[in-house]
Design a protein around this ligand. Sequence first.
Ligand code: ATP
Ligand code: MG
Length: 187
Amino acid sequence: MRLKHIKLAGFKSFVDPTKVPFEQQMTAVVGPNGCGKSNIIDAVRWVLGESSAKNLRGDAMTDVIFNGAASRKPVGQASVELVFEDVAGHLQDSLAGKVAERNEISIRRVVTRDATNTYFLNGAKCRRKDITDIFLGTGLGPRSYAIIEQGMISRLIESKPQELRIFIEEAAGISKYKERRRDTENR
Ligand code: ATP
Ligand code: MG
């Protein structure tokens, strides 16, 4: 499974619609301080369902919406879309037939100033849970190990056994079954 591209509009400093392609092998994002490199990573985490403003380096969840600049007015909503390809083998189970014909999936999240969040899977409205369920056990949740940020390695080394277990369970593919069990028990 590969992240093919990300589209941002009204998200943090990306006010105009911007498409960031990720080519085969490796992509590096370079640029001067404050140009928006980390905002791209925040966008990936956000669309995957991140619900903590602090983890997105803000105070409120609506802080991700472009807030204006010297020459631009603030906008009313933020939108981020991720497109993954080669998803069939990896997500067969969780997608249950929802894979698009071209073996791609698109997930999108939109937030408006009144803090209303809307999620889309292949263009159709869905719940946040539909998105988080898809990526459980793939290593690509909003807080999982696919995104390795500054300080994470030392945090991992110094983490308590219970915290370490969460990562190991995700890597072993157990976390999705635990989540389903929790769901069933709560019904
Ligand atoms: P560094 O090299 O210092 O890590 P960076 O390229 O990672 O920099 P980011 O942290 O991604 O930079 O971007 C910070 C910029 O994004 C700042 O200029 C900040 O004003 C802008 N920014 C963040 N949130 C918003 C928002 N809601 N509206 C407008 N601009 C925003
Ligand atoms: Mg940065």
